[in-house]
Design a protein around this ligand. Structure first.
Ligand SMILES: NC(=O)c1ccc[n+]([C@@H]2O[C@H](COP(=O)([O-])OP(=O)(O)OC[C@H]3O[C@@H](n4cnc5c(N)ncnc54)[C@H](OP(=O)(O)O)[C@@H]3O)[C@@H](O)[C@H]2O)c1
Length: 247
């Protein structure tokens, strides 16, 4: 049976970049909701015919385990690596947040990822194949910003989940998270439309602005055996943005 990598959020941004790069090493299972953009990603991968599309809305956490199990069985594949890159970010001040916003954000950012890991640990379905998981968190996980309460809470929960599962699933499976700083993608495009804002933003990054490939390089290292003694860690990849206290 083929050993694959699952990448959620593969229809756009960092997830697409990772899918393209990882496709030269493993068959990739591409997850997202938008079939057209998933197909575009597949065409940009090495050997498109080897890459599988798992179109699924991760907000639907009730069915994620069964749907993924059926998908893996149907395609006769096992999964060695998982990158949870799908993300939902709405920035609202407290007076505008609602229970449903919390629920939607946590379903996509946290709960679906946890249930995918649970499914991949099912021995009947995936044997002992799962080796390493990276959750794409955010540097907001350890800091604060106006209107970032819901999204920040979800990324903080993601990192707490990652640490406990790293202990529970050791030594078979390693789990780490990557905390990117601002990267230009569909999620953040609106910010990059404003030239003045981009200048101000760039000035706060000691290493300048980053790109999706900067995130891929670290994820690739964490998934690989080179990181065999690293688990349960938050790895900030933000060009020094969060250690910069220059006034
Ligand atoms: N860009 C940044 O500056 C930045 C900074 C820190 C952290 N992050 C994190 O990095 C990750 C990737 O974000 P990005 O910047 O690459 O954003 P992006 O280009 O907007 O991509 C987001 C991805 O998430 C998927 N997604 C969203 N809702 C989904 C759902 N309900 N079910 C399945 N897939 C869903 C989207 O797929 P569909 O559109 O096909 O549904 C898309 O592929 C996210 O977790 C984000 O929180 C981003």
């Amino acid at each position: 049976m083929k050993e694959c990598i699952i990448i959620t959020g593969a229809s756009s941004g960092m997830g697409r970049e990772m899918a393209k790069k990882f496709s030269s090493s493993y068959p990739v299972i591409l997850n997202g909701r938008d079939l057209e953009r998933l197909e575009e990603t597949r065409q940009q991968c090495q050997n498109p015919q080897n890459q599988l599309i798992w179109q699924y809305d991760l907000e639907n956490v009730e069915d994620v385990e069964q749907t993924l199990a059926t998908f893996l069985t149907g395609h006769q594949v096992r999964v060695a690596y998982f990158v949870h890159c799908a993300g939902y970010m709405k920035t609202y001040p407290l007076k505008m947040v609602s229970a449903s916003l919390f629920q939607q954000t946590f379903n996509i950012n946290v709960i679906s990822g946890a249930l995918i890991i649970k499914t991949l640990m099912n021995r009947k379905l995936n044997g002992d194949t799962l080796k390493s998981v990276v959750l794409i968190s955010s540097n907001i996980s350890n800091f604060g910003a106006k209107a970032f309460g819901v999204y920040g809470a979800s990324k903080g929960a993601m990192d707490a989940l990652m640490r406990s599962l790293a202990v529970e699933l050791a030594p078979k499976v390693r789990l780490n998270s990557v905390l990117p700083g601002g990267v230009r993608t569909t999620m953040t495009e609106h910010m990059y439309q404003d030239e003045e804002l981009v200048k101000r933003m760039a000035a706060t990054y000691p290493l300048g602005l980053g790109e999706a490939n900067d995130i891929y390089e670290v994820v690739n290292f964490l998934l690989s055996d080179k990181a065999r003694w690293i688990t349960g860690q938050q790895c900030t990849v933000d060009g020094g943005r969060t250690i910069n206290i220059t006034g």
